[in-house]
Design a protein around this ligand. Structure first.
Ligand code: AMP
Ligand code: ZN
Ligand code: FE
Ligand code: FE
Length: 298
């Protein structure tokens, strides 16, 4: 089915999608249900104002925003893809897996996400303890407050650090203290990309490798293709033309779908993550995803 009808991505120009004149779907967006700064209603208004034709909400490790986002998006006449971004680790690489069209009511998914959320909370506590020992005390309640009752991530710790004047920006907090290899770094729970693929597939979704251009060891990408990933996030603000060409070539060779999105986290989250629709896919690429979904056995 899908494979025979495949277009040749490798012949395509790796154009900057913003200038393509087409209405795009932005399939990588974070709300304040994870570490984004805007609520889903605000994101939908911005998406409609930006002329996007659809969005995917892909909060880290949570599906809590999917129902309200769907309602808002449908009211605004936007197409909506229920999504998630699972942060996993593989050897020395951080590997993020996007799941599209997952069932937000799937019980196995919800119970696994609940476990991950609890582990995140513990981890954030340990990071705050380490910072305290480094002479940078933080109030854990404040970190929780910044997380707004949603999932806790290092960005919330970083925001609390900026508030206390320990860093001038979140990125500095990561680079000096809480990033990998830094003194207050605490590894995340042990969750592998293979487990993420399994979780997404068992909840009816399609797994895409997020921002593969950020992965240093390219063999990790081939390994995930061998493990059965369905698609690659080709269009991404930090991907340059070389990355896009490479990824389109892989999609072509290994019969993968392609996706794209901005990784929007709201205003004030640092260059490149503040512009909704900065990257995305067009209607043709979206239709291919839908066709694949329709042809997929349950
Ligand atoms: P966590 O899942 O809690 O480990 O947090 C990971 C998130 O932190 C990523 O998804 C990014 O949103 C953010 N992040 C990672 N590295 C940096 C950095 N150097 N500067 C700013 N944000 C970062
Ligand atoms: Zn994030
Ligand atoms: Fe990511
Ligand atoms: Fe993301």
């Amino acid at each position: 089915m899908f494979n025979e009808a495949r277009p040749c991505f490798a012949d395509r120009e790796p154009s900057v999608r913003l200038d393509s004149g087409q209405r795009l779907l932005d399939l990588h967006i974070h709300s304040n249900f994870s570490d984004g700064r805007l609520d889903v209603a605000a994101i939908v208004s911005m998406a409609a104002a930006a002329g996007l034709s659809g969005i995917a909400l892909t909060d880290h490790d949570t599906v809590d925003g999917l129902l309200p986002a769907r309602i808002s998006a449908e009211q605004a006449g936007l197409r909506f893809v229920p999504g998630i971004e699972l942060n996993t680790d593989w050897e020395d690489e951080e590997v993020h897996i996007l799941g599209y069209f997952i069932d937000p009511l799937n019980e196995y998914l919800l119970s696994r996400l609940d476990e991950l959320r609890q582990k995140r909370r513990l981890r954030a506590r340990r990071i705050v303890e380490k910072l305290g020992r480094l002479g940078l005390p933080l109030d854990f309640d404040r970190v929780q407050e910044l997380a707004g009752g949603g999932l806790i991530g290092r960005p919330h710790v970083a925001r609390a650090m900026v508030e206390q004047g320990y860093a001038s920006q979140e990125s500095e907090a990561f680079q000096r203290f809480i990033g990998r290899g830094q003194p207050a770094f605490v590894p995340r729970y042990n969750f592998t990309p293979q487990e993420a693929l399994e979780l997404i597939s068992s909840s009816g979704g399609l797994a895409f490798l997020a921002h593969p251009g950020k992965i240093n060891d390219k063999s990790v990408i081939y390994r995930l293709i061998a493990d059965g990933i369905t698609g690659l996030e080709v269009y991404y603000p930090e991907h340059d033309e070389g990355d896009i060409r490479f990824l389109l070539g892989l999609a072509d060779r290994y019969h993968l779908l392609i996706s794209g999105g901005s990784d929007f986290h709201g205003p004030g989250s640092g260059e490149k993550r503040e512009t909704l629709g900065l990257s995305g896919i067009d209607e043709n690429d979206f239709q291919r995803i839908l066709e694949y979904l329709r042809g997929k056995p349950d």
